[in-house]
Ligand binder design. Sequence first.
Ligand code: ADP
Ligand code: MG
Length: 240
Amino acid sequence: MIRVEKLNKSFGDLHVLKDIDVNVYESDVVCLIGASGSGKSTLLRCLNFLEKKDNGTIMIEGEEISGSKNNVNEVRQKVGMVFQHFHLFPHMTVLENIIEAPTKVKKISKSQAIQEARELLRKVDLEDKADVYPNKLSGGQKQRVAIARALAMKPDIMLFDEPTSALDPELVGEVLNTMKELAEEGMTMVIVTHEMGFAREVANRIIYMHQGRIVEEASTQEFFTNPKDERTKAFLSATT
Ligand code: ADP
Ligand code: MG
């Protein structure tokens, strides 16, 4: 689904991604972990072309992404993204948030978009919130709306950047449950998270980044029971 080869990205003098190679296969659930500043968000943003790579190759479903505008819009329809801070449109109701991109970008009819949005709201357990504005929702509810909104574009791949980091602890579980259900349905997912319990339970593969490099990549079982790299070992003993 995703193939990244020798991806490099700098911000000025700061070399943030260094020769990153990643493959993501269909129905993979890959958790991307590492200390703050290691480049996780930048990698995710490059995959969705919110950041422009300096060099290297990014292929989505076998197609190389050049960065031309059409190409990028196409990718954004295949690859949904959920952010730490939700990024809902505050002046739109929950339902309006969800139907915005399908009607404006994909040009599907409003009635169909509404029907699909209601099904998605049922899926994230927020059927009764269709007509409220985001400021009336808890953080966990906002994030579930953000997930529904991303799913409304029918993406093949979902990227999550610390989706529970801004939530009060008691609201983390409901969002992780929604993500777990998606994973069980076979969605291909790349998730930046500090929730090690979730990673252990739901991911099939873990990638550990340190200072812009992937220093360890392993099956979840292998990663948690038999980490190889000294930096991974130190990280795991500090966080689990
Ligand atoms: P992580 O998500 O692992 O915490 P990031 O990818 O956000 O790491 O950041 C990696 C490094 O790149 C950090 O040093 C950060 O300050 C820097 N960085 C990220 N985005 C920008 C930007 N838009 N401009 C300049 N520096 C940035
Ligand atoms: Mg980040």
